[in-house]
Write a protein of this length. Structure first.
Length: 173
């Protein structure tokens, strides 16, 4: 069975409410279904709005319905310490950083996340970027395995709090 096509477009701050809606819905889902509160503790509407200032923000649609979002930038995430950056294979290589990557719960396991990753990989190749990088919660093993199956590698981890560990992930393009 062929999955429906995912339409992905770069959007501006006029779509803040749509992007915030996805992040908020995913935050609630992560908390309820996975017991992970890192998104609800971190993301506010204001923090999401800040992404539009110097990151490229994308929306994914399935059958004209909003399904997911992702932001990318050559700018390193502000909370990455140098010791985290040093975990990457070539820390100073040209890279795109992925952040705020979420798929609405009712669209999960339908290829939307894979399509968003393929889009950013295409963008990276067009910009002659060597790596894609991000962090993810180590305790969310289904998600970690999703990334590993798509060629991303674990490069190290750092603790946030007791029982909260983040993996540094990257893929050479």
């Amino acid at each position: 069975m062929k999955l429906p096509t995912t339409k992905i477009e770069k959007v501006g701050v006029d779509k803040i409410d749509t992007v915030w809606g996805i992040i908020r819905e995913d935050s609630e889902w992560l908390s309820k279904e996975k017991g992970l509160n890192h998104w609800s503790d971190w993301y506010t509407k204001e923090r999401v709005k800040e992404k539009f200032e110097d990151w490229d923000v994308y929306l994914a649609y399935r059958n004209s319905k909003v399904a997911g979002t992702m932001s990318v930038s050559e700018k390193k995430l502000g909370y990455y310490l140098q010791e985290s950056i040093d975990m990457f294979a070539e820390p100073e290589a040209k890279a795109l950083y992925i952040s705020m990557f979420g798929v609405k719960p009712n669209f999960q396991k339908q290829g939307v996340a894979s399509d968003l990753l393929k889009k950013v990989e295409k963008v990276a190749k067009e910009k002659e970027i060597e790596y894609l990088r991000f962090d993810c919660r180590e305790e969310y093993t289904d998600l970690v395995n999703f990334y590993l199956k798509r060629g991303y590698e674990k490069r190290g981890s750092f603790p946030e709090a007791e029982g909260e560990n983040y993996l540094m992930m990257e893929k050479k393009i």
